[in-house]
Design a protein around this ligand. Sequence first.
Ligand SMILES: NC(=O)c1ccc[n+]([C@@H]2O[C@H](COP(=O)([O-])OP(=O)(O)OC[C@H]3O[C@@H](n4cnc5c(N)ncnc54)[C@H](O)[C@@H]3O)[C@@H](O)[C@H]2O)c1
Length: 333
Amino acid sequence: MKIAVLGSGGWGTALALVLLENGHDVTLWSYTAEESAVLRETGENPMLKGVPLPKELKLTSDLECVKGCGAVVLATPSFAVRTTARAAAPLLDPGAVLVSVSKGIEKDTSLTLTDAIEQEVGDAHAIVALSGPSHAEEVGRHIPTVVVSASKDRSAAEQVQDLFMNERFRVYASDDVVGVELGAALKNVIALCAGISDGMGYGDNTKAALMTRGLTEIARLGVAMGGRRETFAGLSGVGDLIVTCTSMHSRNRRCGILIGKGTPTDQAVKEIGAVVEGYYAAANARTLAQKVGVEMPITEAAYQVLYEGKDPHGVILDLMTRERKHELEDSWV
Ligand SMILES: NC(=O)c1ccc[n+]([C@@H]2O[C@H](COP(=O)([O-])OP(=O)(O)OC[C@H]3O[C@@H](n4cnc5c(N)ncnc54)[C@H](O)[C@@H]3O)[C@@H](O)[C@H]2O)c1
């Protein structure tokens, strides 16, 4: 199949390579001509060092590349997903499936990214979210990876499953697109917190607590938004949370470590050099939680550190000294 991948960061490039290996005719679109020229001239992506780009991978910065494609993968940072979908919309073939692989919640609208895409391309196109525990650096090195393809449209979810699946890249299908997308977006906030905790010199106990209670509040918001609770125990929930909170590949965790060691947030975000989705997600998730009326104390704490400059030590103390609670909200009802 002819497929375009829009966004030539680490993730777009790694996925373009998976599709190419699966025998598809793949074009990787870069946001700027300069970025595309670097890929062409060096034969690799600076975000994915040591992974050669085969000659068969077409490289362009011309959005006309989506014409004639059966599938179009959107792999930009979350803040650029809507504008990229809008620009591509008039060029899409009628039956083209859109695959969102970015992780975030849209600022201002609080929409999931597939909902933002749908607003731009209309309901004539099936839209699928592909997500799960997957570092681009590892997919690029053919390390076995398992993700989930989620859509309201079963045949589209299964079509995307078939496009990507191979012996090193396994894909499950799911109908819970809201649950999959919210798990993916919100775990980046918890990864930043886990990094901050590590940077402050706190231990495994604190990180495990942040991950566990973080997942509880992610699921609380996700269920309120119509997601299924089991999805948060799945690949795009606890799976992605584990990979993001424990790995040095995670730019969210690395950014958190810098902040925990005392680097000002804006400097830490800049130092990482690639998009730190958890930074944006902390503000966008907080807004969504307030709209829906769901309590998210760790996300709120992350917001206070990232946007209000509060000292993480004080914020952790506040979390530790909240009023006593039941672990399960429906205990003894
Ligand atoms: N890197 C990973 O391992 C990984 C894994 C799964 C999901 N993701 C998600 O995929 C998305 C992209 O991540 P990445 O790691 O490839 O990011 P990246 O920072 O490596 O690259 C982002 C790309 O987007 C382009 N871009 C910047 N501004 C743009 C704009 N206004 N319009 C269009 N394109 C623009 C940049 O030129 C760059 O090529 C993120 O939402 C991320 O959370 C990343």
